[in-house]
Design a protein around this ligand. Structure first.
Ligand code: CO
Length: 135
């Protein structure tokens, strides 16, 4: 049986990264480990590690992406919850068998070798859920 190991990260969509950091970094005091543009996702991301997990602040850098539409429609706030699993293919198969609606039927691969797939919020209580398999 595939296993969910931990909350890998929680991603928050923001309109203005610097403004968001005045709360998360300056007021709460959470350190920013890295900040970079991810052209493949049309986003600028700040990574704020927190123990075994991390917060990610994500700002869309183009208007025509799912992320940008999400921000336009729902405003700033939580974008997705990412769970690390030990066996992504096995977990996707288990979810499919249970009738869970997947956004990515087959896993995608990030630049850093992590494999991931998203579950539709319709099947997850309104929460966009990302699954990660870390090599
Ligand atoms: Co994510």
């Amino acid at each position: 049986m595939p296993v969910v190991k931990k909350v890998h990260h929680v991603a928050l969509v923001v309109a203005d990264l610097e403004a968001a950091l005045t709360f998360w970094r300056d007021a709460l005091g959470i350190q920013v480990a890295e900040r970079r543009e991810v052209p493949a996702e049309a986003a600028e991301i700040a990574f704020l590690p927190l123990g075994e997990s991390e917060l990610e602040l994500v700002r869309p850098t183009a208007q025509d992406t799912g992320l940008a539409r999400f921000l336009q429609k729902r405003g700033e706030g939580m974008h997705h919850l990412c769970l690390e699993v030990d066996d992504l293919d096995g977990m996707l198969q288990q979810l499919r068998q249970r009738g869970v609606e997947l956004i990515n039927e087959t896993p995608r691969s990030g630049a850093d070798g992590k494999r991931y797939a998203f579950i539709h919020p319709r099947s997850a209580g309104g929460v966009l859920v990302e699954l990660y398999e870390v090599p």
